[in-house]
Design a protein around this ligand. Structure first.
Ligand SMILES: Cc1cc2nc3c(=O)[nH]c(=O)nc-3n(C[C@H](O)[C@H](O)[C@H](O)COP(=O)(O)O)c2cc1C
Length: 349
């Protein structure tokens, strides 16, 4: 997949390759997925975009022709005035400083190619991947499991995770949604921001699906997750907490149930040796607090080469997590689709 455009360019989009001929490219479904990435009133950026996905090539009559699929989205709501100063006093936590050194003609407007806006075409591509996976019996869902100091204390079922789509914070229940919302609003009132954790599940991946080493299932998923702006960590199954267990605790014993092989629990997160063990693929992604905040922060004045301060006045998400949930789902679907097509098991369970 390739991305093109910038936050304040005419349009953004993606070119998706490798989608099998005959895969339905359903505009209504794509639109429903795009809606899940849109900012919610009060807890998201005031920048509102229509996010209409135009499929330029590759899907005549709504069916993939097997060639590259080009999807474009217009940037309707652009206002670069709030960004001009960041070329001189770069925002800590955003890409401004390193990008100004990396690209001689870098234009900071809207966060350019590093903006969260670039995740809109990812969600469109993810909708195609989800449709493909569903036709093979695989489903992807994610929810917010922590925002700031508010954490979900429960292990959620797949149905509960799917149910998060009705809540603006993407929490798994109404009580958690209210607490997470207040956490975001409280940070916003302080001119500050909060981060959090997105939990994702992919069900139905056949046992033995996955590449090896640099192409392994968990490696591919991690690569996609760490490509999402503001992602700072990924863990599978019990993740970092598995380090303090004994093998007798952490290993997931196998058993035969209804004629099939299953594990009795899923501390490995459904991946062993870089291949699916047939259990749901479960992983969590940590997102940092939004870097652009109104609170004054220390930075440097690149022209005067002195210390300086910066306070961000533009339109920003006080928390990235609720909108990142749809992006995590999309990127997981793309990674798993790629694994399913590239590294299928020799033997079907
Ligand atoms: C959906 C989404 C929305 C985002 N919105 C904002 C935002 O409003 N303001 C901001 O400063 N960063 C936002 N970000 C994060 C920045 O794009 C990101 O922190 C920046 O590009 C630096 O990259 P890094 O955090 O991966 O190092 C958003 C990220 C995502 C995924």
């Amino acid at each position: 997949m390739r991305l093109f455009g910038r936050s304040h360019a005419e349009c953004i989009g993606c070119i998706l390759e490798g989608v099998p001929k005959g895969t339905p490219i359903d505009s209504e479904y794509i639109e429903s997925q795009m809606a899940l990435r849109k900012p919610s009133d009060g807890i998201g950026t005031p920048r509102k975009e229509k996010d209409e996905v135009i499929i330029e090539y590759g899907a005549p009559g709504g069916i993939s022709d097997g060639g590259p699929i080009l999807m474009a989205i217009r940037n309707g709501n652009r206002n670069s005035s709030a960004y001009a100063g960041f070329a001189r006093t770069p925002r800590p936590g955003h890409a401004d400083l390193p990008a100004l050194f990396r690209f001689r003609d870098y234009d900071v407007a809207g966060g350019a190619q590093f903006s969260g806006r670039m995740t809109a075409p990812l969600v469109a591509a993810g909708a195609v991947a989800k449709t493909f996976l569903r036709s093979k019996g695989m489903e992807v869902a994610a929810c917010s499991s922590a925002i700031g100091s508010v954490s979900d204390a429960h292990d959620r079922t797949f149905a509960e995770v799917v149910g998060s789509t009705i809540f603006p914070t993407r929490a798994a229940d109404a009580e958690l949604d209210a607490a997470m919302r207040e956490e975001i609003l409280s940070a916003g009132r302080d001119g500050d921001s909060v981060g959090g954790i997105v939990s994702c599940m992919v069900t139905g991946i056949p046992i033995g699906t996955g590449g090896m080493w640099f192409d392994a299932l968990d490696v591919s998923v991690t690569r996609m997750m760490m490509s999402i702006p503001a992602a700072k960590g990924v863990e599978f199954g019990k993740g970092f907490s598995i380090a303090s267990m004994r093998g007798s605790q952490s290993n997931d014993p196998y058993t035969v149930r209804d004629g099939g092989i299953v594990a009795e629990k899923n501390d490995m997160g459904g991946v062993v040796g870089g291949m699916s063990d047939g259990m749901p693929l479960t992983f969590r992604v940590a997102f940092k607090p939004t870097p652009s905040i109104a609170k004054e922060q220390r930075t440097v004045d690149l022209k005067a080469m002195t210390d300086a301060t910066v306070s961000v006045k533009g339109r920003h998400d006080p928390c990235i997590v609720p909108r990142a949930v749809a992006v995590v789902e999309a990127m997981a679907a793309i990674a798993v689709m790629d694994q399913v097509l590239s590294f299928p098991p020799d033997i079907k369970a």
